[in-house]
Design a protein around this ligand. Structure first.
Ligand code: FMN
Length: 322
C-alpha cells in the first residue's frame, strides 16, 4: 500500500461493515455466461433508478464486465451461501446445473434470490484496484425471502433485535442472586414442559402415559428395539421404560406382544398409526412454539440448542444411530 495503512488491518476494519451478498452476472462477447459473487453492491439513485458494485482489477472477468452492455445483480437469500461460494471459486463451472432465465442482451438470470436487478451499464469509474460499475435499473424483482448476510468474513443470518417483552420477569422484591427467570435451566425446562403440555390431549386419546409416548417415539425412529434398549435411550430424562410399559403397549394393541424377556418390540399397524398421529401433534406443538419466528430465527434456535446439547452431552446414546 502507498500509504502507511496496514492492508490486513484495513481489510479487517472494512469487514466491520456488514453487508448482503450478491451474484452479478452478464454474458461475454462469445455468448458465455459469466458471474461473480460481490458484496460491494449498493444503491445509488432512486430517480433514475441506479445501483453500483465494484469489480477487482485482478478478476479474470474484468474485461468482460468492462465490455458488458447489461448486467444483473442477484441479492442472495439466506439459503444461497453455497451458490455464493460457487461464484467466488476459480476453475469451476459456476453455472453448472442452474435453472436460468434470460434478461436484456441475453444475460443469465438466477432464481431463488431475494431481489434481482436487471441493469444497463451506465457509468464506469476508477476505484484504485477496483473498477466501479454503475447500472441503470431496467427491471427488478423482489421476493419474500430472508437475505444472506456477510459479516466479519463469514456468511450469516440477519436477526432482528427482539424487543418483545417476556411475560416472565423477576419480581423486584426477589432476593438478589436467587433463582432467576433468565437461568438457562429454567428457560429450557419451562419451554419444554409448556410445549409438551400441548401433546397431552393426543396422549389421552390413545390412553398413553409419558413412558409409552417415549417408547413409541423411539420405535417410530427404528422399530424392533427391546424394552431395555428403549430404556437406555430415555432413562436420562428420569422416565423409565420397563415391563409395565411394554405390557400396556401390548394391551392397547400398539406393539406385538412377546412372551420372551427383553424381546424386540414391533409396532402393529395400529401402533404405526398412533406414531404418525403423535408425530403430527408433536410437530404442531413445536410449530406453535415458534409462531412469529422468521426462518433465520428458527434456524438459529436449532443451531443454539444443538450447541447446548453438544456442550452438555455426557455421551448419551442417540435414537438415530443403530
Ligand atoms: C462474500 C464475497 C464477496 C465478494 N465481493 C467481491 C466484490 O465486491 N468484487 C469483486 O471483484 N470480487 C468480490 N469477491 C471475489 C469474487 O467473487 C471472485 O472470487 C473473484 O472475482 C475471483 O474470481 P474471478 O477471477 O473469476 O472474477 C467476493 C467474494 C466473496 C466470497
Amino acid at each position: 500500500m502507498g500509504s502507511n495503512i496496514d492492508a490486513k488491518l484495513f481489510r479487517q476494519a472494512l469487514g466491520a461493515f456488514t453487508t448482503g451478498v450478491t451474484i452479478v452476472t452478464t454474458v461475454d462477447e462469445a455468448g458465455n455466461d459469466v458471474g461473480v459473487t460481490a458484496n460491494s453492491f449498493n444503491s445509488v439513485s432512486l430517480d433514475p433508478p441506479m445501483v453500483l458494485w465494484s469489480i477487482g482489477r485482478s478478476s479474470t472477468n474484468i474485461n468482460t464486465f468492462i465490455a458488458a452492455r447489461h448486467f444483473a445483480v442477484h441479492v442472495l437469500a439466506s439459503d444461497q451461501d453455497t451458490l455464493a461460494s460457487q461464484f467466488s471459486k476459480r476453475g469451476v463451472d459456476r453455472f453448472a446445473g442452474l435453472q436460468l432465465e434470460r434478461g436484456p442482451g441475453g444475460i443469465p438470470l438466477l432464481d431463488g434470490c431475494t431481489a434481482r436487478f436487471q441493469c444497463r451499464m451506465a457509468f464506469q469509474y476508477e476505484g484504485g484496484d477496483h473498477l466501479i460499475l454503475v447500472g441503470e435499473v431496467l427491471e427488478f424483482d423482489h421476493y419474500e425471502r430472508e437475505p444472506l448476510v456477510f459479516k466479519g468474513g463469514r456468511y450469516a443470518f440477519a436477526m432482528p433485535k427482539s424487543n418483545v417483552p417476556s411475560a416472565i420477569t423477576a419480581d423486584p422484591g426477589a432476593a438478589p442472586g436467587a433463582f432467576a427467570p433468565d437461568f438457562l435451566i429454567y428457560q429450557l425446562g419451562r419451554a419444554y414442559h409448556q410445549i409438551f403440555m400441548r401433546l397431552q390431549p393426543e396422549l389421552d386419546r390413545h390412553g398413553l402415559g409419558v413412558p409409552e409416548y417415549f417408547a413409541l417415539s423411539m420405535l417410530g425412529v427404528r422399530d424392533g428395539r427391546s424394552l431395555s434398549q428403549l430404556d437406555s435411550l430415555v432413562s436420562y430424562t428420569g422416565t423409565r421404560i420397563n415391563a409395565d410399559c411394554g405390557h400396556r403397549l401390548a394391551t392397547l394393541g400398539l406393539v406385538q406382544a412377546s412372551a420372551e424377556t427383553d424381546a424386540k418390540l414391533a409396532l402393529t399397524p395400529e401402533g404405526q398409526c398412533a406414531v404418525i398421529k403423535l408425530l403430527a401433534a408433536a410437530k404442531a406443538a413445536s410449530e406453535d412454539a415458534e409462531n412469529g419466528f422468521d426462518t433465520s430465527e428458527t434456524h438459529l434456535l436449532r443451531q443454539f440448542l444443538n450447541r447446548v446439547i453438544d456442550a452438555t452431552d455426557p455421551g448419551l446414546p442417540s435414537p438415530w444411530s443403530s
